[in-house]
Ligand binder design. Sequence first.
Ligand SMILES: N[C@@H](CCC(=O)N[C@@H](CS)C(=O)NCC(=O)O)C(=O)O
Length: 219
Amino acid sequence: MSEFTVHSIPGSPYGRAVLATLEEKGAPYRLSPVAPGTFRSPEHLARHPFGKVPVLEHEGFLVYETQAILRYLDRVLPTPALTPADPKAAARMDQAMGVNDWYLFQGVGSVIGFQRVVGPKLLGLTPDEAVIQEAMPRAHTVFTELARLLGDRPYFAGEVLSLADLMLAPQVAFFTETPEWAVLGAPRANVTAWLARMEARPSLQATTWARVAQMAQAA
Ligand SMILES: N[C@@H](CCC(=O)N[C@@H](CS)C(=O)NCC(=O)O)C(=O)O
């Protein structure tokens, strides 16, 4: 299998989902770091007209949007399969990936993760407590729903790992670095057990912020 190139940055949960999926597949890949401040450069906009990461490059084919990237990887690298064969389980996977994009990231991760982690760590910003408080009602709804969807099963689509887990785990992991985890994640035993299960996987361990920063330095 020819090498995959992932255009991303250390600390991107979406980028981590792509890297962790490549790790799960045992595929050869390299990180092409997108330098801070160059997201809207002509070079990056040519890859991603919305100026975001990640972008996957494979055999001259470029694709952005993490869901599209993960599904592409699962098609060109069929083993281990990360999409359930059972239509209902596959629908749960798709649903959880949609919840990740539309409700967890938008207005929750993008606010609390930015205010508490990315802003202070990368830009030296002080968290805006009012903005965080504004995001909390939606955050409670999202975590309540994640706990309900997961139920008492080990993974979001059921008994086996799927793309949904690889997409959600990097986003949910961000919250463990915030005080809000105490009310959002920590009280939900199934969510914390699932996250611990995910973070113990070699694919997640190989793609922590620190490990991706090392990849970026070596690139
Ligand atoms: N819908 C996109 C979301 C990607 C996204 O929001 N990426 C963030 C990093 S995790 C980003 O590039 N942010 C930079 C910006 O918005 O300027 C996907 O699924 O890939």
